[in-house]
Design a protein. Structure first.
Length: 433
């Protein structure tokens, strides 16, 4: 009978290595005593549900608690570590229901000592980010195309794990016969699932990559169309995922964008989207581009003086007009009423830009016109004057009165042209000097 030794060097005879190990006899020769201290870190193995051995290789089995079937994950090693539940049976009967996680020596340092099942579940959750069907339960009483009772089960997850254990990629058809959730998909949801059935890795799945690129282009087009360049990133991600997974079709996506850009307009707002906004305390950003359009329309039609009466809240509210057909014409009509009620008859029916096109040359001759700043009140008073013959006199008096440099230069030039410069220069004539 083979002789084995325990930690203290005591010998014992055993029928097999298993019997010896179970009794604490791990050595085939007496262990050395009085060994010097070392700083070598001992490898720590996760504690498996049980370990079995075949041909000198130890199989560390871990139960997978995700589904009802008895499924396992396992590591292999040429070493049996302390603290493990070693079983004398061979692993062959279990390997058909298990997925290989590789050798214990290949486990990344950050996962040493941790259960691989925890890591496996985290991987499933990561997969579920792109494949949300994995975590959906079948309806109560559901029966799939194979005649199996799948009510309340994670049938998509079951099929996914089976594909891992069998080492092959399941197609849409493989999932559809096993899961009513997948079999009942239509439209864009079906398109998405057929893409991810080939794998969720963008780099290796051209079908998924093309679909993701198409949705990204659709999103960027809507962001530009509605001017939502400053939209909260969490909202952008939400709508992207809704469109990618097929929960939103193109019309639904465009409608949600429209209502984000024009929050005062009526329309169908997805309740789940509203709940997401409230739950994540993010604000639906108003389109700055549309507010800029409103500001430009106000400036063009009313000018800086009349237009200064609009607050930012007014402009935000008016920006909703761009969300309806003919919105620009409606805004123009409203601004026209304000303009006509504020100017002389000769300027009614026009706009600030049209009126100033004829006034600027006249006013600029009398001084350095600053129509958007210093002189905007004066320009407004001119727009209320119906007699064009008075405008030059008004301008001259105004610019001289505020000591405008241009007006004073013009006045000096005029005096010089009349010969008065000689009077000013010749003190002997006037008796000043």
């Amino acid at each position: 009978m083979p002789i084995f030794y325990n930690e203290d060097g005591l010998a014992g005879e055993f029928n097999s290595i298993y019997s010896a190990m179970n009794s604490g006899y791990y050595y085939t020769s007496p262990p050395e005593r009085n060994e010097p201290d070392t700083e070598v870190d001992l490898e720590v193995a996760p504690v498996a549900d049980f370990v079995r051995e075949a041909d000198g290789t130890f199989y560390y089995f871990f139960k997978i608690p995700l589904i009802d079937e008895q499924l396992y994950a396992f590591y292999t090693s040429d070493t049996l570590f302390d603290g493990q539940d070693f079983q004398e049976g061979t692993p062959d009967e279990i390997l058909g229901q298990a997925v290989n996680f590789g050798n214990l020596a290949q486990v990344p340092e950050e996962y040493r000592g941790l259960s691989p099942v925890d890591y496996f579940i985290s991987e499933i959750k990561a997969e579920a980010v792109k494949n949300p069907f994995l975590l959906e339960k079948e309806a109560a009483g559901a029966v799939n195309q194979l005649g199996e009772d799948i009510g309340g089960q994670y049938s998509v997850l079951n099929a996914y794990l089976e594909s891992l254990f069998e080492g092959k990629t399941y197609t849409y058809d493989d999932y559809a016969i096993r899961s009513n959730i997948i079999n009942s998909l239509t439209g864009d949801e079906l398109t998405y699932f057929k893409a991810i059935a080939l794998g969720t890795d963008r780099d290796s799945n051209a079908t998924l990559r093309n679909l993701e690129d198409k949705v990204m282009l659709e999103m960027s087009g809507l962001l530009a169309t509605y001017g939502l360049v400053n939209l909260d990133e969490t909202l952008t991600d939400y709508m992207y995922n809704q469109r990618l997974t097929g929960k939103y079709d193109s019309k639904m996506l465009a409608e949600q964008f429209r209502l984000l850009a024009f929050p005062e307009l009526p329309g169908y707002r997805d309740p789940k989207f509203l709940e997401y906004i409230n739950k994540n305390t993010v604000a639906a950003s108003v389109s700055k581009a549309n507010i800029n359009k409103v500001e430009q329309s106000i400036l063009n039609k009313l000018g800086p003086d009349l237009g200064s009466g609009f607050t930012q809240e007014d402009k935000r509210f008016l920006s909703n007009l761009y969300g309806v057909k003919g919105g620009q014409a409606i805004l123009d009509a409203q601004l026209q009423d304000i303009w006509d009620a504020s100017v002389a008859d000769r300027y009614k029916g026009k706009s600030y830009n049209l009126a100033l096109a004829s006034l600027r040359p006249v006013l600029a001759k009398e001084g350095n016109l600053d129509e958007s700043g210093r002189d905007k009140d004066f320009v407004y008073s001119v727009l209320q004057e119906d007699d064009p013959s008075k405008i030059t006199k008004m301008a001259r008096a105004y610019f001289v009165g505020i000591n405008d440099e241009g007006a004073l230069t013009k006045m000096a030039a005029g005096l010089k042209g009349q010969g008065l410069n000689q009077v000013i220069a010749g003190g002997a004539i006037t008796g000043v000097y």
